[in-house]
Ligand binder design. Structure first.
Ligand SMILES: C[S@@+](CC[C@H](N)C(=O)[O-])C[C@H]1O[C@@H](n2cnc3c(N)ncnc32)[C@H](O)[C@@H]1O
Ligand code: SF4
Length: 395
């Protein structure tokens, strides 16, 4: 069984655009991005237009997510051109259109262009409100720029905007008290959505190199757990219930695009490094602007990590990502949906997790991780893969 054979027209369809440019890399970030040289943005947009013209979709698009990199680095006229090309080829997304912006890139003309295109969600990379933490992260914005960016976004008077703020915790030198102050600043700004990420030392980033040289130090797992538990406690008490390990939202404002990917729907990625899961295949575009453009001009798309989807893989990933959500997963529904041959291999595992206080099994058949389980979600995911003897390209 694969998604293509199932051909269920009800499966939600997402679209992801990777805009691979940043003015300069932040010290913690390992996402594929380049500093644009003269002509790069023009070449990128032309490549996107050609990539768009090659794709035919079999149902309307539900959600769009423009991430990066920094989509906000594009000029207003380029955002407009890219958005109009997308709308012309793929139609208007019926549920949601998110654009990631770094605070230093937010300008009134760009926001107005996005509003006029029909963007419904802006995700702002705040990371921290404390200048010394922004320094440690190597961010190129100030606290004042965060407030100005939010004023500019609100000044554009979107109809029903879902504003998300990204924040990071466990930054070297950050105390739990500092972190709660950051969360408090965020809540006072009244966004609809908050994403809070535990800092990861990604290999070969400037921050990772500093740690290798002994110039900085991360927190222990136990210390990270304190930050984590305080986050969920503070945000739910302030009107932002958690719906996923790193995500909190006011009622009705969860990110529909991400929910679709976590529920193993389908999505098509455009741009260098963008991943797709469509018509029975999972793959990513090559993470290089030049190689991606070469593939497009030779009409031979350059892809990496290409794999055929099968029941076992989709079942494993639905469990792993589903368990990261507060709603949890309904095992029977997943078994009926994917019909995997190996579900029995997990029968004891659920009882073991329950015995360790990491999992609850509700009467209506849902498996849900406890707060303690959420802290170990990555490890539980790896164990699920090992027990199911399945390889996943996502984890
Ligand atoms: C792909 S980035 C793009 C956001 C946008 N370019 C910006 O920086 O404002 C999305 C988010 O991932 C999070 N992130 C990236 N690298 C991370 C890391 N090493 N540890 C924790 N969070 C990270 C940050 O919160 C960031 O805002
Ligand atoms: S965090 Fe955002 S701005 Fe910084 S390097 Fe990563 S993608 Fe670029």
């Amino acid at each position: 069984m694969n998604l293509q054979e199932k051909a269920d027209p009800q499966t939600p369809l997402g679209v992801y655009f990777h805009i691979p440019f940043c003015a300069r890399p932040c010290d913690f970030c390992a996402f594929y991005q380049e500093e644009p040289r003269r002509g790069d943005i023009e070449r990128f947009i032309e490549g996107m237009e050609r990539e768009l013209s090659r794709v035919s979709i079999d149902r309307p698009v539900d959600t769009v997510f423009w991430g990066g990199g920094t989509p906000g680095l594009l000029l207003a006229r380029d955002l407009k051109r890219l958005g109009e090309s997308m709308l012309q080829h793929l139609g208007i997304p019926s549920k949601e259109w998110t654009v990631e912006m770094a605070p230093s890139t937010v300008k009134a003309d760009k926001i107005k262009a996005l509003r006029d295109l029909g963007v419904t969600r802006i995700s702002l990379g705040v990371q921290s409100f404390r200048p010394e933490m922004l320094d440690v992260l190597g961010r190129s914005h100030s606290k004042e720029q965060i407030f100005r960016a939010i004023d500019t976004i609100r000044g554009a008077a979107f109809e029903n905007l879902n504003l998300n703020l990204d924040l990071i915790f466990s930054i070297p030198g950050q105390t739990v008290e500092n972190w709660i102050e950051d969360l408090n600043e965020a809540v006072n700004l009244s966004p609809q959505h908050l994403s809070t990420y535990c800092l990861t030392f990604e290999e070969d980033t400037a921050l990772w190199l500093r740690r290798e040289k002994g110039q900085t130090k991360g927190y222990t797992e136990q210390e990270e757990a304190v930050f984590y538990e305080k986050t969920a406690e503070f945000l739910s008490a302030n009107g932002y219930p958690q719906y996923e390990v790193s995500n909190f939202a006011r009622s009705g404002f969860a990110c529909t695009h991400n929910l679709n990917t976590w529920r193993m729907g389908e999505w098509i990625g455009f741009g260098p490094s963008a991943a797709s899961q469509y018509h029975g295949w999972r793959y990513a575009n090559v993470p290089s602007l030049n190689d991606w453009l070469k593939g497009i001009s030779e009409e031979k798309p350059r892809q990496v990590d290409r794999m055929r989807l099968n029941s076992e893989l989709l079942f494993a990933d639905s469990l792993i990502f589903g368990l990261r959500m507060n709603q949890g997963v309904n095992l029977t529904h997943l078994i009926n949906r994917f019909n995997p041959t190996n579900a029995d291999l997990l029968a004891n595992f659920w009882q073991v997790l329950k015995g360790e206080g990491l999992l609850e099994i509700s009467e209506n058949g849902y498996l849900k991780l406890t707060t303690k389980g959420f802290l170990l979600a990555d490890r539980i995911g790896s164990e699920i893969l090992a027990k199911l003897e399945t390889k996943s390209a996502v984890c």
